[in-house]
Design a protein around this ligand. Structure first.
Ligand code: SAM
Length: 221
């Protein structure tokens, strides 16, 4: 079993960003594949309104953050891949979207490159990013993120998460975007639910696939 190595994951996504020559015009955000369905559902579960300030953790090359920016006051996208962030900034520029900030930041250290406390974050999103962390770091990061969120607030996670034993679904690994444990360390859906409840949230879990789901955590006033 491989071990978590944040620098290695950052380099992996730097390389993917380098190879990404798509533009927003070419990318269909919701083209029916399972990761895209999870992203779409997560975006919908945010129920964004014009007053919302969204933090997108593991924003990648920014497609989900850019889609969200149309429906809220502002978006802060953080990621550990500098090349992905560069690409995200370029896409936002090309689209003429200016209520977006992209900055370095990790689940484990979200404020590393941006003073998040000054933004008044009302919603948090993590699409296909949290699964890169091992469980103890996931749990710790969820506590940190919950602490950055205003009340009332909402956190939504759309990601690989296990509702069933993964070895029974090995033929679906590619389809759901799971690398079998090389750099992906998905949690059990029940554990994510439990950890979020421990941060004081009311939690709702939806299964997209036996290996993929969307978790919505609500924090009351
Ligand atoms: C599969 S991409 C998802 C991108 C984006 N959320 C989307 O919906 O298109 C996963 C992203 O998570 C980022 N990531 C991985 N580990 C991270 C960490 N510890 N903190 C922040 N981002 C991380 C990667 O750099 C990568 O950009």
């Amino acid at each position: 079993m491989a071990e978590y190595d944040r620098e290695r994951v950052g380099r992996l996504f730097d390389d993917i960003a380098d190879a990404d020559t798509s533009t927003m015009q070419e990318v269909a955000l919701y083209d029916g594949n399972i990761p895209r369905i999870a992203a779409q559902m997560a975006l919908e579960r945010l129920e964004l309104s014009t007053g919302d300030v969204l933090l997108d953790v593991g924003t990648g090359t920014g497609d989900t953050a850019i889609a969200a920016a149309h429906n809220c006051r502002s978006v802060i996208g953080i990621d550990i891949s500098m090349k992905s962030l560069e690409r995200a900034r370029m896409k936002a520029e090309q689209k003429g979207i200016h209520n977006l900030v992209f900055a370095y930041g990790a689940f484990e250290d979200p404020c590393a490159g941006v003073k998040l406390a000054s933004y008044g974050i009302t919603k948090i999103l993590a699409v296909y990013s949290l699964h890169h962390l091992p469980d103890p770091l996931k749990k710790q990061s969820l506590v940190t993120l919950a602490g950055l969120l205003r009340r009332p607030g909402r956190m939504v996670i759309g990601d690989i998460m296990f509702f069933e034993e993964p070895h029974g679904h090995s033929e679906a690994f590619d389809e759901v975007g799971y690398d079998g444990g090389e750099t992906d360390f998905p949690a059990r859906a029940g554990h994510l639910m439990e950890w979020l409840e421990q941060t004081g949230a009311r939690v709702h879990v939806e299964q997209v696939h036996p290996l993929v789901g969307v978790v919505t955590a609500d924090y009351r006033q």
